[in-house]
Design a protein around this ligand. Sequence first.
Ligand SMILES: NC(=O)c1ccc[n+]([C@@H]2O[C@H](COP(=O)([O-])OP(=O)(O)OC[C@H]3O[C@@H](n4cnc5c(N)ncnc54)[C@H](OP(=O)(O)O)[C@@H]3O)[C@@H](O)[C@H]2O)c1
Length: 269
Amino acid sequence: MKKTNQKYTLITGSSQGLGKAFAEICAKKMQNLILISLPNENNGKLAKELEEKYGIKAIQYEADLTKKEDLYKVIAFVKNYRINMLINNAGIGGAKRFEDATLTYLSDMVLLNILSLVTLTHQLLPVLKQEEEAYILNISSVAAFAPMPFKTVYPASKAFVYSFSRGLKSELEYSNIHVAVAHPGPMPTNENVTKRVKALTGMVKYSVLTPKETAEICLEKLLQKKTVIIPGKFNWFNSLLLRFLPIPLQLKILNGKLKPEASEIQSNG
Ligand SMILES: NC(=O)c1ccc[n+]([C@@H]2O[C@H](COP(=O)([O-])OP(=O)(O)OC[C@H]3O[C@@H](n4cnc5c(N)ncnc54)[C@H](OP(=O)(O)O)[C@@H]3O)[C@@H](O)[C@H]2O)c1
């Protein structure tokens, strides 16, 4: 298939939450879109709506990015397009006692949050290199800055995203590709996270931003070629706290906060 002349922004996990907010803002900026989401998430409807509303091209592709065969199908499909922005947004998390979590739950988190992001970035680098200017935005989390009991794998996966992105950014310093990593704080997205966000107390409740606010800040800073993006002043402050408080003290505080959440989710099945 011959490549089209039009450039596209590829967004993973785009049918809801932060990914959907990215899709809407990019469409408003007249960027054509390739939207990747899980099967049967109504992504086709979103693509059609954005095309009609903004007059852009929006292509949707359904794939479970934890599955190697789906991941490679996505790569083969998107290589037919010119891509000048890759937003690795899809990610999963949650609070669970490590010993109670199934191996599937834990390995899916690693496959999605880490392996699919690395694979897409690696395989699409030659595509991005063909453009005069290109961008990669990897979505991490404020959680990347602290080890967390009852979340264990999630913050570790986001710390990976941080480290990987900074290393790659340096490696690609004098190329046409700018790499950035974003560390959002709490946002009301899916049902579980929204419940958790509503229950926040103390200073941390002021760090809540909507997915739209977060996506707007991330895209603005990405185009300004910032490398580490922490949306919102409170999240920036929290990330500093997490980086500089002694780890034993952090763990004690987080243990007290996350244990009830993990027990509640466990008792809810
Ligand atoms: N919400 C927060 O408070 C928060 C805070 C910090 C960082 N983050 C990060 O921000 C990103 C987006 O989070 P969110 O809260 O907006 O997401 P969400 O509403 O929980 O949805 C998860 C996203 O990941 C995608 N996804 C899940 N499993 C997938 C799979 N097997 N294959 C492909 N895609 C899959 C979903 O795709 P579909 O579009 O198909 O549903 C969805 O877009 C994640 O990387 C998350 O870790 C979120």
